[in-house]
Design a protein around this ligand. Structure first.
Ligand SMILES: C[S@@+](CC[C@H](N)C(=O)[O-])C[C@H]1O[C@@H](n2cnc3c(N)ncnc32)[C@H](O)[C@@H]1O
Length: 241
């Protein structure tokens, strides 16, 4: 049983693989032969091995910094893009361990926040519904929140249900493009007229923008904050007329 809220480490397997690559490249950079010969091709092995070791170590380090500190700044940046009244009905798509759900719930008075997820372990360390429920309890927002196990691409909510829809680092985990487009269309469908969707991801945001525009939403992109997010996370704000 955890005693402190814990929002997990994003893409833990990617971080592990970067550290393994760095651990393999470093001894080659230090002790390997300076030149690698493949047939008539000669490659300077030390600069290549150093580049891999440095790139992988820095990438893993920045990803960990985002997971431990940057994600809270990024959450605040996303939430500050909406003028909260406290009465909103909010949906967090791919809530994971509840980062945005808890942030949104803190802004609510009579409103309610729902988080949906499929709880993929490889997308976030310790990703499980009961752990998210524990975070909600530790943050004192249980009464304002509901968690549901359901996929972004086939939501059970009625059309025009939510005033605010949030989603961070979720949609790229849907690897198949038609299903991702379906998830964006679901977001457009369950958003109320006059509502706002604030979505963030490190890639594919142009595809989300295009899909949401085709669904009739007005979309605006924001520059990523390179200091607090790694990989840099782009935010898109979509309003339903
Ligand atoms: C990197 S985590 C981010 C979690 C949270 N949004 C955050 O910022 O801390 C991505 C989340 O998306 C969820 N996810 C992946 N595919 C999904 C899908 N098709 N429908 C709903 N959630 C999904 C994963 O289970 C995971 O919890």
């Amino acid at each position: 049983m955890q005693t402190q809220p814990n929002y997990g480490i994003d893409a833990p397997n990617v971080i592990r693989n970067l550290l393994i690559a760095s651990a393999c490249a470093t001894p080659i950079a230090l002790f390997g032969p300076p030149i690698l010969r493949i047939g008539s091709l000669e490659i300077g092995l030390h600069p290549m091995a150093w580049s891999i070791a440095i790139y992988c170590t820095l990438s893993a380090g920045f990803m960990l910094l985002y997971a431990k500190f940057g994600k809270f700044r990024h959450r605040d940046r996303m939430l500050n893009l909406h003028a909260w009244t406290g009465t909103e009905n909010v949906l967090d798509v791919g809530t994971g361990r509840g980062l945005l759900l808890v942030g949104a719930a803190r802004k609510l008075t009579s409103g309610h926040a729902t988080g949906i997820d499929v709880w993929n372990k490889e997308d976030l360390s310790g990703n499980a519904l009961d752990r998210t429920q524990q975070n909600l309890a530790l943050e004192g927002v249980t009464a304002k929140c509901t968690l549901r196990s359901e996929p972004a691409q086939s939501m059970s909510f009625r059309s025009n249900t939510f005033d605010v829809i949030l989603s961070n680092l979720c949609l790229h985990n849907i690897y198949d493009k038609p299903t991702r487009i379906q998830a964006c269309n679901e977001i457009a469908r369950v958003l109320k007229p006059g509502g706002i969707a604030i979505l963030s991801d490190y890639k594919l945001t142009a595809e989300y923008e295009k899909t949401l525009r085709s669904a009739g939403l007005q979309v605006q992109g924001k520059f990523p904050n390179m200091l607090t997010t790694f990989p840099p996370l782009r935010i898109i704000v979509a309003r339903k007329p």
